[in-house]
Write a protein that binds this ligand. Structure first.
Ligand code: MN
Length: 293
């Protein structure tokens, strides 16, 4: 019998909230997780479970707002989001694409459904994840990685389409394209009923998954289904996942950043003094501006 990373807890959010008017999300991080221990380096996970937005005369989304001290990662499964930021980054992400934005020393951006999607309505299925930066990198210049579906690495599990899309870190030796500041693994696992895989994650990593479709069995004994979020322990390296029906799993792990977290709204620093400074920098215009399109 294999020794697996124990499942420490499974949570299932039942209440959604709106982010702006364009993201209908269930929030799993922080949820009941401790940001400095259980979840680090992840600060927030908002899950826009599949939702069909009705047609709308105005563009839905979130208008101009700042971030500082971490990275925002948007993973699109369905729907189209247009992004513009003060580092000059921008573009549209659609099904299979990932946008990895480093707020670093300060950025302004907006995030809206495309005109076409707002006008016609459409299915949206996305995750937005916030990844912390260590103190030494919080002042790194703002940057933007547009990781298109074609750039994302694939580890094929069978001939029927079961595949692990490796966005960051590595899976069984296949490396993902995202540049990260601390060690992070991020997989989008598409599993046909009956497909299974086992993989190793370092003991030191915090590791967790969200079921984004169907039903799975973890470590040959624990069942989880759509919208369940699973946090693993540190007792072993191996995790085994089997799809008990057609399923999709968003898996993340990372080396925890052992530093204090001071968060207020869109700023995440190490101390209260740094938060106050971040607000002053934002209000004095040091985050630049978004170029007119
Ligand atoms: Mn944002």
């Amino acid at each position: 019998m294999n020794t697996y990373k124990n499942v420490r807890k499974i949570s299932h959010e039942t209440r959604h909230n709106m982010v702006g008017d364009g993201f209908r999300v269930y929030q799993y991080i922080p949820g009941s997780l401790n940001l400095t221990d259980d979840a680090s380096p992840f600060l927030m996970l908002d899950y826009n479970a599949p939702f069909r937005f009705p047609p709308s005369a105005n563009r839905k989304g979130v208008g101009e707002h700042p971030h500082k001290g971490f990275e925002t990662v948007t993973i699109a499964f369905d729907g189209y989001i247009e992004h513009r930021d003060s580092s000059g980054g921008g573009g549209v992400i659609g099904p299979g694409d990932v946008q990895w934005m480093t707020a670093g020393n300060g950025i302004l951006h907006d995030e809206f459904q495309t005109d076409e999607m707002s006008r016609n309505g459409g299915l949206q299925h996305m995750i937005q994840l916030w990844v912390n930066l260590p103190a030494k990198d919080k002042s790194t210049p703002a940057a933007y990685q547009n990781l298109t579906d074609a750039m994302i690495s694939r580890y094929k599990l069978d001939e029927l389409g079961s595949v692990v899309r490796v966005i960051a870190g590595s899976f069984a030796g296949v490396k993902g394209p995202a540049k990260t500041f601390t060690p992070v693994n991020m997989y989008d696992m598409i599993l046909n009923a009956g497909a299974s895989t086992g993989f190793d994650i370092p003991l030191s990593h915090n590791s967790m998954l969200l079921v984004t479709k169907g039903k799975i069995r973890i470590n040959e004994k624990t069942d989880a289904s759509f919208r369940d979020f699973v946090l693993f322990d540190h007792n072993a390296e191996n995790i085994h996942i089997e799809a008990t029906e057609d399923a999709r799993v968003f898996f993340i792990s990372g080396e925890p950043i052992h530093e204090p977290v001071a968060r207020y709204g869109p700023f995440v620093m190490n101390t209260r003094e740094e938060l106050i400074q971040a607000f002053e920098d934002f209000h004095s215009g040091k985050f630049g501006s978004i170029a007119a399109s």
